[in-house]
Design a protein around this ligand. Structure first.
Ligand code: EPU
Length: 299
């Protein structure tokens, strides 16, 4: 048993099947790791196929190009697990594996009255992806609650790091001690206990606010640009620059929130990239602000 399965060449999936934006052509190969240490095979696969290794979670923050992509996507094929490691009544340590869905983790912590992640309500990704980009909303980032993160490197080595060994900034995560490709396998979160029902109540309020202000059911990748600063919202700038509801072919900036690009059904990667470029240029011209993509652009 080699510990992984690979789909390559004609069997390789299209990124449209793997992303919430439902865009993107085929990759060179997709490797699913059933055992983390099987990652040791990745450098040889990358050399043989001439592609770049990229980790793929739930695909909810990715805009993939339309042609053949020179990428080897790596997925965590191990079962999702969420475990309470420690709970002294006032705070608990929760471990979640990368393949666990973030909403499932939030449901569990709300049930246990554990605070610190409820701001992330409505974010659809996997725990691995959320940690790998330090996802956040309503003033909370997943990194705020992080205690440790476990990753596998391209040598097939599984390593754990404490919070202070990991760089967590706004929509950014890096581990200075690891050069090159790695994939998040699991994370632990230290969460304080709140009054009974308070976390679930906040989560309900956040969800209601999200439903009112974001296109939560559309095919999107969340906000496509980072906010230029905490005081300056990319959505507001795009709205004022006339991009709310703006269409190009089958792609559009949402008419509910201008920083969400949505695939109206038949959108293409080319239209998405062109629309992003138009928006970036317009905001630069109007405000002199260089918007930076939050969505990962894989072309
Ligand atoms: N606004 C507009 N027009 C728009 C959108 C927003 O005028 O089309 C205004 C709003 O009225 C508000 C301000 O801009 O006054 C900020 O808007 P909002 O509260 O929606 O927050 P945001 O800065 O646009 C950020 C995150 C979201 C997160 C929300 C809620 C980024 C890029 N976006 O959006 O995260 O859900 O706050 O906390 O950091 C994501 O990262 O994918 C994402 C969706």
């Amino acid at each position: 048993m080699q510990g992984y399965t690979i789909l390559e060449g004609r069997e390789a999936p299209r990124m449209a099947e793997r992303t919430t934006l439902r865009l993107g052509g085929p990759v060179l190969a997709e490797v699913c790791l059933h055992e983390p240490t099987a990652a040791a095979a990745l450098p040889e696969i990358a050399t043989r196929l001439g592609g770049t290794l990229v980790s793929l979670g739930a695909g909810s923050n990715i805009l993939a190009g339309g042609g053949l992509l020179p990428l080897i996507t790596v997925r965590d094929g191990t079962a999702p697990e969420i475990t309470v490691l420690d709970d002294d009544g006032t705070r608990a340590l929760i471990r979640a594996t990368a393949s666990a869905k973030l909403p499932v983790l939030l449901g569990k912590t709300a049930k246990l009255d554990l605070a610190g992640l409820e701001g992330l309500t409505g974010i659809p990704g996997s725990v691995g992806g959320a940690v790998a980009m330090n996802a956040g909303s309503y003033g909370q980032c997943i990194g705020d609650a992080l205690e440790t993160v476990t990753v596998v490197t391209a040598e097939g080595t599984v390593r754990s790091f404490s919070r202070n060994e990991v760089e967590m900034r706004y929509r950014h995560m890096a581990i200075p001690a690891v050069a090159g490709w790695f994939m998040v396998l699991a994370a632990t979160f230290r969460l304080p206990r709140a009054a009974h029902g308070a976390v679930a109540e906040k989560a309900r309020a956040h969800m209601a606010q999200k439903k009112a202000t974001q296109p939560v059911t559309a095919a999107s990748a969340g906000c496509v640009f980072k906010n230029p600063s905490p005081e300056n919202s990319a959505g507001k700038l795009l709205d004022e620059a006339g991009f709310k509801g703006k269409r190009l072919g089958g792609m559009a900036f949402s008419s509910i929130h201008a920083n969400f690009m949505v695939n109206e059904g038949k959108g293409t990667s080319e239209e998405a990239v062109a629309l992003l470029g138009m928006a970036k240029d317009a905001v630069m011209q109007k405000y002199g602000v260089a918007l930076e993509a939050e969505v990962k652009i894989w072309v």
